[in-house]
Design a protein around this ligand. Sequence first.
Ligand code: BGC
Length: 733
Amino acid sequence: MEQQKIEALLGEMSLDEKINQLFQGNGMFYEGESIATGPVSAQGFTEQTIRETGSVLSIIGAETVKKLQKAHMENHPHKIPLVFMADIINGYKTVFPIPLGQGAMFNPEMAKTGAEVAAKEAAASGIHVTFAPMVDLVRDARWGRVMESTGEDAYLNSVYAKALVEGYQGEDPKAPGKIGACVKHFAGYGGAMAGRDYNNAELSERTLRDDYLPAYEAAVKAGALLVMTSFNTLNHVPSTANKWLMRQVLREEMGFDGAVISDWAAIEEIKNHGAAADLKEAAKLAMEAGCDIDMMTTCYANYLKELIENKELDEKLLDEAVLRVLELKNKLGLFENPYKDADEEAEKELLLCKDHRKKAKEAAKESFVLLRNKKMLPLKKDEKVAFIGPYVEEKSIIGAWSVFADEADAVSVKEGVKNLGIKAIFAKGCDSLAPGETIHGMNKKYTNNRSKADAEIMLGEAVDAALKADKVVLCIGEHMAQTGEGASRADITIPKHQKRLLKEVARVNKNVIVVLFTGRPLDVRKIKEVAKAIMVVWMPGTEGGNAIAEVLYGKTAPSGKLPMSFPYSVGQVPVFYDEFRTGRYYDGKPTENRFLSKYLDVPNKPLYPFGYGLSYTEFSYSKVKLSADCMKSGEEITASVKVKNEGRREGAEVVQLYICDEVGSVVRPVRELKGFEKVWLAPGEEKEITFTITEEMLKFYDINMEYKAEPGKFIVYAGGCSDTENAAEFTFG
Ligand code: BGC
C-alpha cells in the first residue's frame, strides 16, 4: 500500500480504534495455543479492544492463524489485519543450538542459515514477526538469559545481530518465507545487577555506548522492523519510560524508524519500579518515551483516551505510534496478503524437513567447544565406550526458549551413537534433576519423581558400566529449564547429584570424557580435576545427539570457541576479557605485594577465556605482520598472519584479531576483538589471513563523549584466543 493511503487510513480511524491498534494480547483472548512469560493483567478489556487489536503474540499454526485473521478482518471497522508475532529464537520446529552456542560457532553465516530456516518454518505456520534477535551483551554467567545472547563481546554480538536480522528478513520481509525481526531488549538488559533477572542495570553512558549499544545498532542498521524495550531500569530509569533512550539514541542517533514494542507487561512495570504512581501515569510515560505497542497490559487501552481527552497527552504521539504499526503491516505486505505464508501444505513439507535437520546438525557441530583433551578424543569405533549420565537419553536439549518445538523430535546422544552404527554401553546414572526436584520451564513443568532408593540403584548401574569400559563419556549438565528467562543461579556448578555421579564414575574409570550440556558458562573446576576431556555442547537443538556422536567419533573436529569466559569461580563474575588494566595491574605471577588488583583466593583470569577452544589438531601461527607501522586518519593498513594445521587431521581454527589502544583520554580495555575468520585447514595446510584495520575500528567515546579515534600507539594481536601474545604495533595519527 502506498504511504499516502496508510496516512489516509490513519485519518479515518476513530480515537478508540487507534488506541486499540497499539494493544498486543496473546492467545488467551482468542483461539489457539500461547505461552505466558509474565503476569497477565486482563482487567478492563472490552470486546472492542480485542476486535480492534493491532497484533497478537504466541498464536501459531497456519490453520489457526488463517481462521483468526479472517474473523478479525471481517469484524474490524477498517479491515486492518493483525500481525502475528512469536518468540522464534533458535528455531521454530527444527531447533538450532541456543544463541550462546551459535556465538561459539564464530560463524555468522551459519547463524544466518539458522535464522533462514526458522523464518521459513515459522512463516509457513502463519508467523509474521519474531521477537529475535536478542543481542544483549552478557558478562554475568549467573543470569539465566545469557543463553539467548551470542556472548560477552560487542563486536561478535554486532556481527551476529546483522546476520540474524538478514536471515529472518532477507532483502524484503514481505517476501515468501521471510519474517520481520524484533531486536531486543533495548537496552542494557544483560547488565542485570548481580545476574538476577529483571534487576536494574547500572551502566555509565560510555560503557553503554562503547559495549552495549553496538549490537542493537547493528540490528537496526540491518533493517530490523521492530525494537523491544527491556525490563530493567537503566541508570535508574525504566527502559520502557526512557525518552532519551528511545527518542534520542534509538530514533535520532541510530535512525530507527520502525515500531517499538514493550516487553511483556513492561509498561505496567513502570509502576512496579516506582517510577509512576499509577497505570495511567505509566501509560503516559511510555507513550511519551516512544513505546508504540503495549504487550500484555491494559495501560494504553484503558488510559490513553482519558489522557488525550484531558490534554495530558498530545494525540500526535498516538498518531505517530499508530502510523508505525500500520507501516509495519505494510512492510510485511499484510494489507495485500493478510495470511502471508500461512499454509498447511507448506507446514507439512517444511517443518523438520531433512534439509533443515541437516543444517541444524552442521550448526550444532560447529558450536561445540573442546575445553580439554588429554589424548581422549576422538573416540575410535573399536574402543569399548560407556555413555553414562542423564543426558545420554535426554531430549530436553533444545534450549529453554524453544517453546513451540517438540522435545520428542530431538535426537538424543544414545540415538546419535546408534545412528553411527556403534555398539556402546549405555547407563543413565542419574536424572538431570535430583530425586523429588521440580523446575518450572518456560511453558512446562519438569519433575523428577524417582525415589532416592531407585536413584541409588541407577548410580550403581553406572559404576558397573564404567568398570566395563575403556573410556566413559559422561553426559551431564544443567537442566534445560535451569537457564533462560527467570532462571538466574548463584551457584554455577553442575547440580550436586551429578557431581556425585562424576565422582563415582571417575573413581572406577580414569578415562572420563565429559560432554557438558549448559546454557551458561559454568565453574567446571571439579570436572577438570577428574575428566581428561571436556566438551561443551550447550543446548545443541534438534540434531544434538547426531552432532555430538559425529564429533566424538571424529567425523568432524570440534571448532567452537568460547563466546563468553568460563569463570574460575562464581566469585569472579562478571569476568570478561576486555577489562581495564586498573592502576594496580596484577600479572598473575606469585607476589608478596598485597596492594595489587587481585583476589586472595582465586586468580584474576577465568578458567577458560573468551575465544578459547581446542580442535583435534593443532595450529601454529606466524608472527602477525602489519602493512605499515603508522596509519594516518582516513587510511587503512592490514594485519596478516599465517595459520598452519600442524596435525594429521582436518580442523578449523578461528583466527581472531584484537586491538589495544595503549593510551587514551579515557581508559581503554586491555584489548578488543575487531575481526575474526574461521578457516578449515587440511593436514599441513597453511593459509594467510589478512584483516583490514580501519580508523572506524579505533573509535570510542572519548573524554568529551565524542566518538573518534585518538592518535597514539596501538597493539594488534592475532591468534586463536583472546589471550594470544602474538603482537605487532603501529601508530595512528
Ligand atoms: C521476554 C521477551 C519475550 C516476551 C514475549 C518476555 O517475558 O522478556 O524476550 O519476547 O516475553 O514472549
